[in-house]
Design a protein around this ligand. Structure first.
Ligand code: NCD
Ligand code: ZN
Length: 346
């Protein structure tokens, strides 16, 4: 008998859709399986003001395939010059769902991010007042901190001090990759959530670096030592509502990944739900998939859960398509390198 699982339609609480031809090529893959997504603002130039977010949202809506049921939840890119009134207005009008903090230099297109955290204190206080969540790329960027330690150091040096200085600020620690982060989020007092990606649930740094370098597994925060992965799987599958799915699907044209200086980001959107279900199946936690993928996120953001459902079906290993064509060049689809048996049936 075929094993089937029906859950409420999921949302993706961390997604890069890019713009222009890339947006048109990748958007259908998220819109097929996800009802809503938090849209990352790290375009060039970044989505900084409410007006930028409105224009970007309209471009996303215009790029949606006919009949798609997908709502982009917009974010603003926090800079040292961000105007608290502009943020508050964009929130009050329902245009933006969160503000994104990138430490300057932390990742793809983060040059306009924050260097001096004192300069954004006023905006953060305003956000705490109005209940607007801050999504955080949690890595320090100093050259003297090893890339594998950047998340753990960020918690102590930046995240915890910001949260103490700004009581009431609602924070999502994005794409957590370490046991340290899972523990911090589990134990912290106050309003905090965390997203976890597909690649960090399935892979560790050996998958990326042992026996040859695999550029399509390179993302930021970087895959960590294998001891961290079980802690992330436990966080995702354990039923704690602070943890929810954020794929961080981050498309780059294949030639920019397979490059002497390759870009960071895994394009997981087309296979995200198949892979996620496999992880929950392996953990014996299929009954908790709906919580992680479809319930915890809306609860954190104070949004209704989706009424529609999707059905996943277990069968022979799925064929991963190698790449998705876009007007900005082909984009290689994430392939975890092991069999995945679940497909989205309807
Ligand atoms: C993201 C991108 O390419 O925009 N890359 C990544 O490796 N995750 C940026 C980010 O979320 O850090
Ligand atoms: Zn991201």
């Amino acid at each position: 008998m075929t094993e089937r699982l029906t859950i409420r339609r999921p949302d993706d609480w961390h997604l890069h859709l890019r713009d222009g031809e890339m947006l048109k090529g990748v958007l259908p893959h998220s819109a097929r399986d996800f009802a809503r997504a938090i849209i990352m603002p790290n375009l060039v130039p970044p989505v900084v003001r409410g007006d930028d977010a409105r224009a970007y949202r309209d471009r996303i809506l215009a790029a949606l395939p006919e009949g798609a049921d997908f709502t982009p939840l917009m974010t603003l890119y926090l800079t040292e010059d961000t105007d608290p009134d502009d943020v508050a207005e964009a929130h009050a009008s329902g245009l933006v769902t969160a503000v994104k903090l990138y430490p300057a230099g932390a990742t793809t297109n983060s040059a306009s991010g924050v260097r001096d955290f004192d300069k954004v204190q006023g905006v953060l206080e305003r956000m705490a007042e109005i209940g607007l969540p801050l999504c955080v790329h949690g890595e320090v960027t100093h050259a003297d901190v090893d890339i594998f330690d950047r998340e753990a150091v960020f918690i102590d040096e930046v995240l915890d001090p910001i949260r103490r200085a700004t009581p009431g600020l609602r924070v999502v620690m994005e794409h957590i990759t370490t046991e340290d982060a899972a523990e911090y989020v589990t134990e912290a007092t106050g309003d905090i959530g965390a997203t976890i990606t597909i690649q960090h649930l399935m892979l560790d740094r050996n998958d990326m670096l042992a026996g040859g370098i695999r550029p399509h597994f390179y993302c930021l925060p970087i895959l960590k030592r294998g001891t961290h992965r079980p802690a992330l799987v436990e966080a995702a599958t354990g039923g704690n509502p602070r943890f929810f799915l954020g794929t961080d699907s981050a498309p780059h044209a294949t030639d920019l990944k397979e490059n002497a200086c390759g870009c960071a980001g895994c394009f997981t959107a087309p296979i995200a739900l198949s892979c996620l279900t496999e992880v929950f199946d392996e953990a014996g936690a299929l009954d908790r998939l709906e919580g992680f993928a479809s319930l915890h996120g809306p609860a954190f953001y104070g949004l209704p859960v989706n009424q529609a459902t999707i059905t996943l079906e277990k069968g022979a290993p799925i064929d991963f398509s190698d790449s998705v064509p876009t007007g900005a060049g082909p984009v290689t689809v994430f392939n975890p390198g092991r069999p995945v048996h679940w497909r989205v049936a309807s």
